[in-house]
Structure formats: structure tokens, C-alpha cells
Design a binder for this molecule. Structure first.
Ligand code: NAD
Length: 297
């Protein structure tokens, strides 16, 4: 039987509906949800991203403001701007657009964001809380992966999980959240001797590497749950010989779908759910700022 699909678009739509309802409830209580996105310099790509962000916030009732800083800003001045947003009681969430100009240290700036307003969950202190099995705000992609697994009803507790990829933004926080939910987690990376031995033994495989087609049917146990975090743009030749650019994951979807129990597609999987998780985190941050949220596992 072919794998059941973990539909990221559908889950994202449901998440947006929940966020809209939660935001409306806060607003009715006189508490606005207000996200300020810091954009340093004038990169056209970041500007497009910010415009899309503004639209998706507006669609769920989140107030959005762009805080534009000059490309020449010093580290000290940038930290001061973030401190100003931390101190501004009308700001409930802070997002830092990257990449940043070379003179700025991104991690230091992330560190400067008040952890309750850190909607991306990137402040090293927030990651530290995950290490202790507590979530204040989790990184969006890792949180998206957990919600997608939980949507299937397949228990995480006791599952053997292979996480392929160990980056700060994806693999490692995913492994921490899974461990906090009592999975047995193996993290594979570029120097893992035989990644396939780990993935083949796993009940769940989460792949976050950035190499198209890395994981095939022979790497997956029949019936396993497979989450593909990878987003790769590749040139493909069509039947008529013309070339097209397509978005693909790290998993060879068609062949893995024939053996897996569950699979998330690319596009339409972790990507849209990650975008929705930013909105969910923004609502969560506002609740925390207003003293209405609690830490959770
Ligand atoms: P990264 O380059 O920072 O990390 C890649 C990781 O994969 C490293 O830990 C590396 O050791 C490991 N790796 C490399 N080759 C490997 C191999 N052959 N076998 C096992 N491990 C190997 O990448 P990243 O930022 O974590 O992104 C990974 C992929 O996930 C990219 O395609 C990226 O676009 C995508 N991504 C998607 C989302 C989303 O919202 N869906 C979010 C973040 C990243």
C-alpha cells in the first residue's frame, strides 16, 4: 500500500485558522499581537520576503511593522535597536531578517532578542531551554516537523528516529524536540559512517540535508514515517527536451512513497508548515509577553 501523505498545506491552513482565532481573542481582550521585523540594508530578496510576511500576518490579524536599518549600521547600534524593541511594550514579537551585512554578528543579535519575543526561536537561550526539555519558543522548522508527525497519530514516544542532518536551524533542534517526547534519536551528519544503517532501522526518518535525492527506498524500513525537510531547486529535462527548474526535497519521493507508511511531500510539506509555525510562534510570544502562556514540553 502506498504511503499516506502528510499534507503540510492542509496543516498550515488549519494552523492559520487557529492563530487567527487566538489573535482575535487577544485583541478582544485589548491585547494586540504585533510583530516587528528588522531588515538591515536593502536586499531585494529580503524585501520580497518581508512583503509576503506582512501579507500572511495581516491574513491572521497580526499587526506587522518593518523596522528598516541602514546597511552600514554597527553591531552596537543594531543591538541598541533590538533593545529598544525589547523595551517597547507594544511590540510582542521580533523577527530578524537574514543574511546580515558582514560587519554584523548574527548570533549576537539573536542573543539580544528578549526570549519571550523571539518568534523564530533562534536565541541561543531558547535553544538551551529545549536542551532541558522545555519549550519557551521552538525554532519554526523543528516545531513544524513535530506537529506534522503528531498529526499522523503515530506515537513519538518509544519510536526509533533517525534525523539526517545536524544543523543548528533544523537537525539539532528537531532531535531535541523528539528526545523531549521520549523518542530514541540518532543524529546522522556528513561524517556518519553509514547513514543508511541508521535510517533503515528507524521507525521515523527526518531528512534535513539539502541534497536532492539523498534518501531512496532502500534507505527506509517498510512502513516507516518519513519527513523531508529539504528544499532544493534543480534543473530537470522535460519529455520534449526543454529544461525546467523544480523544487524537490532530499527524499526520492516516488520510490520512498511506495515503501513508507507516511511521507511528507516537497513542495507542500514542511515548507508551508514552517511559515505557519512562525505565525503560531508569534501568537505564542504575545501570550508569553502578556503573561498568559506557560512553558511546555
Ligand atoms: P546545513 O547545510 O546547515 O546542514 C546540512 C546538514 O546535513 C549538516 O549537518 C551536514 O553534516 C549534513 N549532511 C550533509 N551531507 C550529508 C550526507 N551525505 N549524509 C548525512 N548528512 C549530511 O543545511 P540546513 O540549513 O539544515 O538545511 C538543510 C535542508 O533543509 C536544505 O535543503 C534547506 O533548504 C532545508 N530547510 C528547509 C526548511 C523548511 O522550512 N522546510 C527550513 C530550514 C532548512
Amino acid at each position: 500500500m502506498p504511503a499516506r501523505i502528510i499534507d503540510g498545506k492542509l496543516l498550515a491552513e488549519r494552523t492559520r485558522r487557529d492563530v487567527a482565532a487566538g489573535t482575535a481573542a487577544l485583541r478582544a481582550a485589548g491585547k494586540a499581537v504585533r510583530l516587528v521585523a528588522v531588515l538591515v540594508g536593502d536586499s531585494p530578496a529580503a524585501r520580497v520576503y518581508a512583503e509576503n510576511q506582512a501579507k500572511s500576518c495581516a491574513a491572521v490579524g497580526i499587526e506587522y511593522q518593518l523596522c528598516e536599518l541602514p546597511a552600514s549600521i554597527s553591531q552596537r547600534e543594531a543591538v541598541r535597536e533590538i533593545a529598544r524593541l525589547n523595551d517597547d511594550a507594544s511590540v510582542t514579537g521580533i523577527f530578524l531578517h537574514t543574511p546580515l551585512p558582514a560587519q554584523l554578528d548574527v548570533q549576537q543579535l539573536q542573543y539580544a532578542i528578549n526570549i519571550l519575543k523571539d518568534v523564530e526561536g533562534v536565541n541561543p537561550a531558547n535553544i538551551g531551554h529545549l536542551f532541558y526539555g522545555q519549550t519557551i519558543i521552538a525554532p519554526c522548522t523543528a516545531a513544524a516537523v513535530i506537529e506534522m508527525i503528531e498529526s499522523t497519530g503515530v506515537p513519538i514516544k518509544g519510536a526509533e528516529v533517525a534525523v539526517v542532518g545536524a544543523s543548528r536551524i533544523a537537525g539539532r533542534p528537531i532531535a531535541l524536540l523528539l528526545t523531549a517526547r521520549h523518542a530514541t534519536v540518532t543524529v546522522c551528519h556528513i561524517d556518519t559512517k553509514e547513514t543508511a544503517a541508521h535510517t533503515r532501522a528507524a521507525d521515523m526518518v527526518v531528512v534535513a540535508v539539502g541534497k536532492p535525492g539523498l534518501i531512496g527506498a532502500a534507505d527506509v524500513k517498510p512502513g516507516a514515517l518519513v519527513i523531508d525537510v529539504g528544499i532544493n531547486r534543480v534543473e530537470m529535462q522535460q519529455a520534449d527536451g526543454t529544461m525546467v527548474t523544480k523544487t524537490v526535497g532530499d527524499v526520492r519521493y516516488d520510490e520512498v512513497a511506495a515503501v513508507a507508511g507516511w511521507i511528507s511531500p516537497v513542495p507542500g510539506g514542511v515548507g508551508p508548515m514552517t511559515v505557519a509555525m512562525l505565525l503560531k510562534n508569534t501568537l505564542r510570544a504575545a501570550r508569553l509577553v502578556y503573561g498568559m502562556g506557560s512553558h511546555e514540553c
